[in-house]
Ligand binder design. Sequence first.
Ligand code: ADE
Ligand code: ZN
Length: 335
Amino acid sequence: MTSELKQLAAQLPKAELHIHIEGSLEPAMMFELAARNDVTLPYPDVESITKAYNFNCLQDFLDLYYQGMSVLQTKQDFFDLTWAYLLRCHQQNVVHCEIFFDPQGHTERDVGFEVFMGGICKALDKAESELGISSKLIMCFLRHLDEQSALDTLDAANPYLDRIAAVGLDSSERGHPPRLFQNVFARAAGLGLKRVAHAGEEGPPDYVYEALDLLQVDRIDHGNRSLEDEELVKRLVAAKMPLTVCPQSNLRLAVVGDMSDHPIREMLALGLNACVNSDDPAYFGGYMNENYNALIDATGLTHDEIFQLTINGFESSFLSPSEKQAHLDRINAMR
Ligand code: ADE
Ligand code: ZN
């Protein structure tokens, strides 16, 4: 039974809406790029990197995530990183992806927009023409930095706005509430950009309210802690607000204690518009299908729920209505 469900999840066309491209940097590639760029990593080998991926909270992970991205220095590095992720998408029937990137994690190391945008966009264009994978880019602001840095980043992105669909807000959530980024989100809205924000991963339900009311977001990334507030749940359901949920990330960052306690089924039962995503697959033990498999093994996810989650993924995307419908027709033909 579970193997049939896993086969179904693997075969369905899927959209991934919550993936940090820097979080798809596999240890083997980290090592390869470190050698190529003469960067010394504080690990002797790939195995010891993987062993270090033992996190008690979001910050434990972020410390290694920022250290890891220091090997990304040239356009070719960003191309290789993005292409490797897109090949995984192709293997797993992820046919549309909306990818986060963290400019400030690169510009603060003097790696400029032309370098990472050049490499990432080249891979996205190749995937569109050679693999039939469509994509959009979401530029995230690091919330542990101040709003002025985010505003400067939005200015620096100006020549690339035709390649950027949305802005996002990520990094250390606690103590860095969405209200601190109202001005930069308003400016992004004025430029015609969509808006998303990580909220309710570790932060309280209040941060989800702030993302909705003060940042006017189109999606909430994670949103798990919304379940603590009944009124908030009602509001999210009424608005059909997408929650981009990341099960293996939630387990590895101790947002849930055990995968069997993951609230994805409860979310669906409440009428929440949740979908499945990998977040930082190289750090959390897998890509899209591994996330479905973990839910199937641990939560009793059903055939209908798997369909619902994949439908929610496309419906919550920034694709046009006709593009969404084409994907939904393919999914419904597999019922
Ligand atoms: N940056 C990369 N992954 C993240 C996550 N899960 N939460 C916040 N910031 C992140
Ligand atoms: Zn994330």
